[in-house]
Design a protein around this ligand. Structure first.
Ligand code: SF4
Length: 400
């Protein structure tokens, strides 16, 4: 069994989208071609990290399980401790941006210069906003790990702020074009970050924010309820189970258009010319047999129906042919409406008696002499008996 690496949000999403692509990336460690919009996002994140880092107490890491995280103001208020680093000016911010800039992955010089201008504008506007409305971060670009009920998880969190209510707010910067409040409310990424922060910090998470940098809009959501986190835990558990079982089947879809591994993927690989003719004949034969199979199934059904009608009219169950005897068999099954059965059992405190809801389970209850006869009668009335007739062949013509 392969060692399962800790799941990040993007690794979890990749496996969900296509297990084979996950294998190419995380097992085979194949590189992907750089893309301009990823490079852009990376550069903006690194500049924002440098910008906000001086606002974080350098020694603010958790010193003890129950110790509250300090903001810079709280730390600064302590006598005898050195002054915090000065916050950078707008010119220094732009110089940092120029140093961090990378041309990787842009499709043309025009595209690169468009992105570069967008980055300058976006950083300056956000800088002005931050100067006016300074956050109280306790961590920036923090790598957190946890074991979430058996699932190893990790993630880099852009920023963790102290809220006025004394809790923590998780902030994730987004450079994408469009973003809505629903994105923040439904983001699995923010849910996972909540788990990571709750596992590593003593203080509660009071808010989750996707920060849309292009419009300077914080899209805020309340912390997830336990039920929502349990849903994500189930989904991540399914992914971990798949990785442990080495289930790496391709899952083709629209996402294939941006996959760098199409030449290695069986969904896109073409048949070698030397094998083309042999495989073409196999496919043609398969197609013919498939059509024949459908025609035979229809004919078999029609013949059985005609035999059944004739046997009904004559009142016989055994019909001799030339080589074998057709014998009519009967199959019977009870079906119950669980929508009616369950309330009846709940009223009598017996809901545990029908846990799986199978008809056999209900039949056992109806037959159980220890159960109140009136209840058994009511449950029995919700059922219907279904009888199915079918024909089998036995050896040799019968004497009859
Ligand atoms: S091409 Fe599509 S199906 Fe194949 S590995 Fe890539 S994403 Fe998966």
């Amino acid at each position: 069994m392969p060692a399962v690496p800790a799941l990040s949000y993007s690794s979890y999403r990749t496996y969900q989208e296509c297990p084979l692509r996950w294998k190419f990336l995380y097992v085979d460690k194949l590189p992907e071609a750089p893309r301009g919009y990823f490079t852009f996002g990376r550069v903006i994140h690194s500049v924002l990290e440098e910008l906000v880092a001086p606002l974080v107490v350098p020694t603010a890491r958790r010193a003890g399980e129950n110790e509250r995280q300090r903001t810079l103001d709280e730390w600064h208020a302590r006598p005898g401790e050195p002054s915090p680093t000065r916050w950078m000016t707008a010119d220094e911010l732009l110089a940092t941006y120029d140093r961090a800039w990378s041309s990787e992955g842009y499709t043309s010089p025009e595209e690169e210069s468009r992105y570069r201008a967008l980055g300058r504008e976006l950083l300056l506007r956000y800088y002005e906003f931050l100067v006016r409305d300074r956050p109280l971060p306790v961590a920036v670009e923090e790598h957190l790990e946890a074991r979430w009920d058996g699932i190893p998880v990790h993630g880099y969190i852009d920023r963790i702020d102290r809220t006025p209510t004394g809790g923590l707010e998780i902030v994730d910067y987004k450079t994408s074009r469009e973003l809505s409040n629903d994105d923040a409310r439904e983001s699995d990424q923010l849910s996972l970050y909540q788990v990571l922060v709750e596992s590593n910090y003593a203080e509660p998470v009071h808010g989750l924010t996707l920060y849309h940098l292009r419009s300077l809009t914080p899209l805020r959501a309340a912390p997830r309820e336990r039920a929502a986190l349990a849903g994500l835990h189930d989904r991540m558990g399914t992914v971990i189970d798949g990785i442990r079982a080495e289930a790496f089947e391709p899952a083709p879809g629209r996402h294939c258009a941006r996959c760098d591994f199409r030449d290695r993927c069986p969904e896109f690989r073409t048949v070698p010319p030397a094998e083309g003719e042999r495989l073409r004949m196999l496919v043609d034969r398969f197609e013919t047999l498939r059509a024949e199979e459908g025609r035979l199934e229809n004919e078999l059904r029609r013949t059985a129906e005609e035999l059944h009608r004739a046997a009904e009219q004559l009142g016989v169950h055994r019909v001799p042919g030339t080589r074998s005897v057709a014998v009519r068999r009967r199959e019977e099954a009870w079906q119950y409406s669980l929508d009616h059965v369950r309330p009846l059992l709940e009223q009598s405190g017996l809901s545990g008696r029908v846990s799986s809801g199978t008809p056999e389970e209900v039949r056992r209850l109806v037959r159980d002499p220890d159960v109140d006869p009136e209840l058994r009668r009511k449950v029995a009335e919700t059922g219907a008996r279904r009888v199915k007739w079918y024909w089998e062949l036995e050896d040799g013509p019968s004497e009859s």
